[in-house]
Ligand binder design. Structure first.
Ligand SMILES: Nc1ncnc2c1ncn2[C@@H]1O[C@H](COP(=O)(O)OP(=O)(O)OP(=O)(O)O)[C@@H](O)[C@H]1O
Length: 627
């Protein structure tokens, strides 16, 4: 904006920025605050800060003697405090100057961390619900100063006048708003009462609410810290109360967690971290949450609720808890709904992480029942944590459940019965080999799920006597019993025909004995080997072309699949004795097809048509024989 050159504004003279207050309020309401309801939080926060400042002036005043009184009768909303108050000069300097805050002033530098506010804009949020802010104040710092009245309007204008001391006999400040018609939703008495409880239930000064009807009156004495009205924060925070027994304490904390979050915590962890000035609880979620989903935590600063969705106070891996905390020294951002990423926040995060680790360690060491329930709900979260956190790995790896050839069991149990723990790299490989490997006495863990293979391979770090190896087709085949020489010789012709029939699938054929005898054949194959074969096949098909050259250059020695026929199976014993070449081929194809289907991997088109063809051929053969 350029002002015309006048006598009062000669060309080149310094000018002062003009502020369009309506534009500023619009900016705050749409971009800073989540809802107009925050006006009450800002007023209560100013009252709390004023009480803190008054304690600085009168350290001997007991915090129970000074309080905050809220009043809402449908036509006005009033917030009155017994705080430090303002002189006329303060009003000009702080109330009427946007962006200036008494809480940043030099004289209170050492006290700065005691205040919640610091930006000098919070009061503007009142314009979200009212066109005028009326402040009546009397300073505790300058007791003989008169009372001062300030009226600030949304158009940017304001008036100040002093009033006789009798207009406000005691130090403190009263802010009165006359809500706009469109702001009824946030200023109705029931709503103001609900918001006061929401934001102020953990405040340490007495706060009361009065709706002017007398129905909320009764508990406080007029003129006392509470005044007429109902207490908003009748009791201290649950962790600040005393209980007859430790059991009663933990039940009360769990009940509070349930009331706040709406679920029954699997366990409630008390947080008392004096080094970072934080108290509260962490509620362990009773059910699994998707890995990586972060939950918002409720953060109070000096008792005032600032955020219900703060994510940043805990490290990412701690997504199995939700916390309510009251911190002394965390610094809210201007919107109050998130926290400054500073050293204090980092220290809080570290201290909370340490506390959660200690809880896990205690459960692992001395409460197997709790640990069992925790891992049942959160083993995936813990696995993701253990991958990156050596200490958690050391504490929890032995207790984590895995799918194994002995069923679902902990790695520790499994390693006790299997000195060598074999691990597959895919679920599909595990499905292929589980039954046969277990019958052959091999211990195999399904390493196909996220983190599992990596974690199993780290078992020797904490159980040095255990050996872990990847299970590949060759290892399995080596563990299956060979057949005697005579049987091998008798089956040689059939095996040769079978190899020939299955050469298109790059599949070798072998004869072994293994349990269960009901399984005629086992197809051992790995995904990498299959990809390698597909690449080789494409290279062959594209021979000479650009793609053929590229794929050919990438080609490695393609590992072959292996069809292992089971000599213990009656069907296989009959098949290897077939002397009719066509039927021998068809039976080998059918055995391959059946083993491929049992492996539960997706079939290639050539395999599907092979299964189809071999079935029809066998059917035709059977029918011919019968006719
Ligand atoms: N209830 C009160 N008692 C005494 N002084 C007050 C009161 N409310 C506001 N003030 C004065 O007005 C100033 C501006 O208040 P405002 O709420 O706009 O900002 P702030 O609280 O300083 O910072 P923030 O923007 O972070 O809230 C305060 O710094 C304080 O000096």
């Amino acid at each position: 904006m350029t002002l015309p050159d006048t006598a009062a504004n000669p060309a080149g003279a310094d000018r002062t920025f003009q502020v369009d207050l309506r534009g500023l309020v619009d900016l705050l309401s749409h971009h800073l605050y989540s809802s107009p309801r925050v006006y009450l939080r800002e007023l209560m926060q100013n009252a709390v800060d004023a009480l803190t400042a008054r304690h600085g002036v009168e350290p001997s005043a007991s915090s129970g003697a000074l309080g905050i009184r809220l009043y809402a009768d449908g036509s006005v909303v009033r917030v009155e405090d017994d705080g430090v108050g303002l002189t006329e000069a303060d009003v000009h300097t702080f109330l009427a100057t946007i962006g200036r805050s008494s809480k940043r002033a030099e004289q209170v530098a050492e006290q700065r961390a005691d205040f919640i506010g610091q930006f000098g804009i919070g009061l503007l949020s009142c314009f979200l619900v009212a066109d005028e802010i009326h402040v009546l104040s009397r300073s505790a710092r300058t007791p003989d100063a008169p009372a001062v009245e300030w009226r600030g309007r949304g158009d940017g204008s304001y008036t100040v006048r002093t009033l006789p001391a009798s207009a406000r006999p005691r130090p403190g400040t009263t802010v009165t708003l006359t809500p706009r018609a469109d702001a009824g939703e946030w200023t109705r008495p029931v709503q103001v009462h609900a918001l006061a409880r929401h934001f102020g239930s953990l405040l340490r000064h007495p706060v009361t609410f009065d709706d002017g009807t007398g129905s909320t009156g009764g508990s406080g004495s007029p003129g006392g810290p509470g005044g007429p009205g109902v207490p908003v924060n009748p009791e201290p925070a649950p962790w600040a109360r005393t209980y007859p027994t430790p059991g009663a304490r933990s039940r009360a904390l769990a009940a509070y967690g349930e009331e706040v979050f709406g679920f029954t915590p699997l366990d409630t962890i008390e947080l008392d971290l004096p080094a970072v000035g934080l108290k509260g609880i962490a509620c362990v979620l009773p059910e699994a949450v998707p890995a990586g989903r972060r939950h918002g935590h409720r953060v109070h600063v000096k008792g005032m609720l600032l955020s219900e969705q703060a994510e940043e106070i805990l490290p990412e891996w701690a997504f199995f808890v939700r916390c309510v905390v009251d911190a002394e020294s965390l610094r809210p951002t201007a919107s109050r709904e998130s926290l400054y990423e500073d050293d204090t926040l980092a220290a809080v995060r570290d201290a909370l992480a340490e506390r959660l680790r200690a809880w896990i360690a205690r459960a692992a060491a001395s409460d197997p029942d709790l640990l069992g329930r925790f891992l049942q709900a959160h083993h995936l979260a813990v696995k993701s944590l253990a991958v990156h956190d050596d200490e958690i790995l050391r504490m929890l790896l032995p207790w984590l459940p895995f799918e194994t050839t002995d069923g679902h069991c902990t790695l520790d149990e499994f390693a006790r019965t299997h000195r060598t723990v074999l691990v597959t790299s895919t679920v599909e490989e595990f499905r292929q080999v589980a039954a046969i490997a277990s019958a052959a006495g091999l211990g195999v863990v399904n390493g196909g799920y996220t983190y599992d293979r990596e974690l199993v391979h780290r078992l020797p770090e904490i159980r040095p006597e255990a050996t872990v190896a990847d299970l590949d087709p060759a290892t399995l085949t080596a563990h299956l019993d060979p057949v005697d020489r005579e049987t091998e010789l008798a089956a040689a012709a059939y095996l040769a025909q079978a190899r020939d029939a299955l050469a298109v699938f790059d599949c070798d054929v072998a004869l072994r004995t293994f349990q269960p005898a009901s399984a005629p054949a086992l197809l051992v194959d790995s995904r990498e080997a299959r990809h390698e074969r597909t690449r080789s096949q494409l290279a062959r098909e594209q021979e000479g072309g650009l793609w053929g050259d590229i794929l050919g250059a990438l080609r490695q020695e393609a590992p072959r699949a292996q069809l292992i026929l089971n000599q213990l199976n009656p069907l296989v014993r009959t098949a290897v004795a077939i002397d009719e070449p066509e039927l021998a081929r068809t039976s080998a194809e059918a055995l391959y097809g059946q083993a491929a289907m049992l492996s539960r991997r997706p079939l290639r088109p050539a395999e599907s048509s092979l299964i189809n063809r071999s079935f029809l051929d066998l059917l035709a053969h059977a029918l011919r024989k019968d006719s």
